[in-house]
Design a protein around this ligand. Structure first.
Ligand code: SF4
Length: 186
């Protein structure tokens, strides 16, 4: 989940929302992302890193890390979020991930790549690092192959930029004075 392989943007492009929606509407984009997730799941099933389902990794401030996503992941997530029925979410208090409800992920089937690869199992750290690099590189290549602008951005900044209803009243803003992906409350 942490940025260590790629520098995230510290300012989203003006046409960011249009780019995400355009990509979300393309089935070949969504299919390609789902294929990456399926292949990753096979690696996870083979390695079986431990997950205690504590939900701590989604409480970013507590865990002291951030989730970053690419354009096509966000587009796929957005499409699935808007075209499927989901249980109602609690009002977001501005901390952690807005999709964590009662300690669990309310969008588990469509969660982004960073959520899928992250395990707090210390014995899986090097495996996780390798897989992150490998699958992230594949996601990055797909942007070029599918002619979608590659943007690597912090999760909640991206959600807010998309003005998802649940986030419209969020208390987050991007801190442009810090390094990429740093959020600050206002
Ligand atoms: S999308 Fe789900 S798994 Fe990912 S950070 Fe949010 S609640 Fe956690």
């Amino acid at each position: 989940m942490q940025v260590s392989y790629d520098r995230a943007v510290d300012c989203l492009p003006d046409d960011f929302v249009a780019q995400v929606y355009r990509a979300a509407g393309r089935s070949e984009v969504r299919d390609a992302v789902v294929k990456v997730y399926e292949d990753l799941q096979r690696e996870i099933d083979a390695r079986r890193p431990r997950c205690d389902a504590s939900g701590r990794c989604c409480r970013f401030e507590e865990f002291d890390h951030r989730l970053f996503v690419t354009t096509i992941e966000l587009a796929t997530f957005l499409y699935e979020l808007e075209t499927r029925d989901w249980p109602p979410r609690e009002k977001w208090n501005g901390a952690g991930c807005p999709f964590q409800v009662g300690g669990l992920c309310s969008v588990h089937p469509i969660r982004p790549y960073g959520c899928r690869i992250f395990f707090c199992d210390a014995t899986a750290a090097s495996w996780q690092h390798e897989q992150y690099e490998r699958f992230h590189a594949r996601l990055k290549r797909l942007h070029q192959e599918l002619d979608v602008p590659y943007i690597y951005m912090e999760w909640r900044s991206a959600l807010r930029a998309l003005d998802l209803p649940e986030l419209a009243q969020s208390q987050f803003s991007f801190d442009s004075t810090t390094q990429a992906g740093k959020l600050s409350t206002v």
